[in-house]
Design a protein around this ligand. Structure first.
Ligand SMILES: OC[C@H]1O[C@H](O[C@H]2O[C@H](CO)[C@@H](O)[C@H](O)[C@H]2O)[C@H](O)[C@@H](O)[C@@H]1O
Ligand SMILES: [Ca+2]
Length: 581
């Protein structure tokens, strides 16, 4: 496969200035209040009728994303790749796979996104390459050559034995024997994805140049894929090691100096106590944002237990983060619903509730989409989003979940949740203008009840899930305290009711939002302790599910009593009365 390379500066020549980000506001803190949207390029919209989604297709749908209220898109890897891991197996870091379009198409997409006030975050896979990458080909054939030390080679596979295997469905070792070189090579993921050797300064230089290369295009940020695994050491888990942090900090310093305002998002599927280190420190910052992995399964767990304890607990175990940082939260993404960060008991519960059939599982997780996971329950989907949008962090939606798209567990691996976007009822559900006989990148969902869902129908129905989610996003946008404000868990008298406040700390007291969620499937009454809010005035900002709602007050005793319907949620704005001094 050929690639289309962007023009680059020869080594030693000062980098070109980044492309201007025309159309965007000047807010360097934009990521705090942003709603992100993962647009899986190959499955989003196909402009040229070859059955594969592409940049021009994505560009043609930006108006829809702007309408929905999306502030930033995350575009998964689009680089040349043998596509044995959905593009996370890169064979050319500075090219664009021609199936996705040209350099001009990419630049046009970034430009048009910016013109609509939408930022663009691209995926950067630094831990490993495809075995088809020329670096690996050179490394295996010429051990003494310039790329000989670019990967982690060993005469023995009895090295780093304390390191867990991540892709347990397919891999039995993190080492694979290479006949050509006559040595084992190290890989944390598939055996066709050799890990780069970050102990080699030439590797660090090479990947830093790759990051510079893409930063120059004017993208707004990078999702740093699989970042905990850069460096490995004997006698450790080879995860989150100091050497790995040093490399992330170095990358951050390069971006801050040469491309200020470019954000990084750490994909570190670890417990928050470990992840927090990927924010770095004010003196040595690392990432702008880090995904918070373990809160996600706890949202799902709480809905089946009818108790909010597990969410409370994981948030209690979440450390404070430096002022420059922000969590990234999500309900689903292009991978399995990962259960790596839960206990064995919790995992068994989650499989029982959400993956009763073996085919629904992949590695350590569940390869299903949001709507089918939640039994296509509108109330549960809305409640899950109300939680997502009110807990600390900037939320990321997954394409298609806004119309309740289904899954295909008959497809292999995580392709179950990567089927083409369903835009309308035309051929190929509006995803592609390809002839009816053309095989799409993946087959469309065919199950009755799921196959027909599409954006056009949802747009035409003011009562649709799509409209309800758009309204929810609009409420969040009107309340930036949900992105910027401090977070405090509140004491609730009912186990099913999660209560927390988000508060701005301005000299006059600022604003506070009380967010309530009844994760149970029965109506319940709860009393919430708000000791410093006695007598506060309350405005209802959000109330669901729809229906009549009682007026509530914070009594002079600092308590608020409320009855919530099954799966009910409320966002209440609290303002303290001005007291005479
Ligand atoms: O490039 C390899 C993989 O990298 C990301 O993986 C992450 O997802 C895994 C689950 O599929 C997870 O277990 C791991 O901890 C993460 O780093 C990427 O999102 C995957 O699509 C990709 O296969
Ligand atoms: Ca195409």
């Amino acid at each position: 496969m050929t690639s289309t390379a962007l023009p680059t500066s020869p080594p030693g020549v000062p980098a070109l200035p980044p492309a201007p980000r025309t159309g965007l506001g000047e807010d360097p803190q934009w990521f705090r209040t942003a709603v992100f949207y993962e647009a899986l390029l190959r499955s989003f919209a196909d402009s040229d009728g070859d059955g594969v989604g592409d940049f021009r297709g994505l560009t043609s749908r930006l108006d829809y994303l702007a309408w929905l209220g999306v502030d930033a898109i995350w575009v998964p890897p689009f680089y040349p790749s043998p596509m044995r891991d959905g593009g996370y197996d890169i064979s050319d870091y500075t090219g664009i796979d021609p199936r996705y379009g040209t350099v001009e198409d990419f630049e046009e997409m970034v430009h048009e996104a910016h013109a609509r006030g939408i930022r663009v975050v691209i995926d950067m896979v630094l831990n490993h390459t495809s075995d088809a990458h020329p670096w690996f080909q050179a490394s295996r054939s010429d051990p003494e050559g310039p790329y000989g030390d670019f990967y982690v080679w060993s005469d023995s596979d009895e090295v780093y034995v304390g390191t867990r295997i991540i892709f347990v469905d397919t891999e039995s070792s993190n080492w694979t024997w290479d006949e050509e070189r006559g040595q084992f090579f190290w890989h944390r993921f598939f055996s066709h994805q050799p890990d780069l050797n970050y102990d080699n300064p030439a590797v660090v230089e090479a990947v830093t140049d790759v990051v510079r290369f893409w930063a120059r295009t004017g993208v707004d940020g990078f999702r740093l894929d699989a970042i905990p695994y850069l460096v490995e050491r004997e006698g450790t888990s080879s995860e989150n090691l100091p050497g790995t942090h040093a490399i992330v900090a170095r990358l951050a310093a390069v971006l801050a100096e040469e491309f200020p305002g470019t954000i990084t998002i750490a994909e570190a599927n670890q417990m928050p106590s470990e992840v927090v280190a990927y924010f770095g420190t004010p003196d040595a910052p690392e990432c702008t944002m880090c995904f918070h992995f373990p809160v996600m399964p706890r949202i799902f767990r709480s809905l089946r237990e009818g108790r909010a304890d597990s969410i409370r607990q994981v948030l209690a175990e979440t450390p404070e983060i430096p002022a420059h940082g922000q969590w990234g939260t999500f309900l689903r993404n292009h991978d399995e619903l990962t259960l790596e960060m839960v206990s064995d008991d919790e995992r068994a519960l989650m499989y029982g509730w959400y993956a009763p059939e073996g085919r629904m599982r992949a590695n350590v997780g569940i390869r299903r989409r949001l709507s089918p996971l939640l039994g296509d329950s509108r109330d549960e989907i809305m409640l899950a989003h109300a939680l997502l949008l009110s807990l600390p962090g900037s939320p990321c939606l997954y394409y298609g979940d806004e119309i309740g798209m289904g899954e295909s567990i008959w497809l292999e691996d995580r392709d179950a949740v990567r089927t083409p976007m369903q835009w309308d009822r035309s051929a190929h559900m509006g995803f592609s203008a390809a002839p009816e006989t053309t095989a799409l990148t993946l087959p469309l969902i065919s199950a009755p009840g799921w196959a027909e869902r599409n954006v056009a129908d949802a747009l035409a129905d003011p009562g649709s899930l799509l409209h309800a989610l758009r309204d929810l996003l609009a409420v969040r946008r009107r309340h930036p305290v949900l992105g910027r404000g401090s977070f405090l868990m509140r004491l609730s008298s009912h186990a099913a009711v999660l209560a927390h406040t988000r508060q701005d700390t301005t000299p006059d007291g600022g604003t506070a939002l009380l967010c309530l969620a009844n994760v149970g499937d029965e109506e319940c009454r709860a009393v919430i302790d708000l000791p410093e809010m006695a007598g506060a005035r309350i405005d209802v900002v959000l109330a669901g599910p729809e229906g009549a709602h009682e007026d509530v007050v914070v009594g002079e005793d600092g308590r608020l009593g409320i009855t919530l319907p099954p799966r009910g949620y409320r966002w209440l704005s609290l303002s303290l009365p001005v007291r005479e001094s």
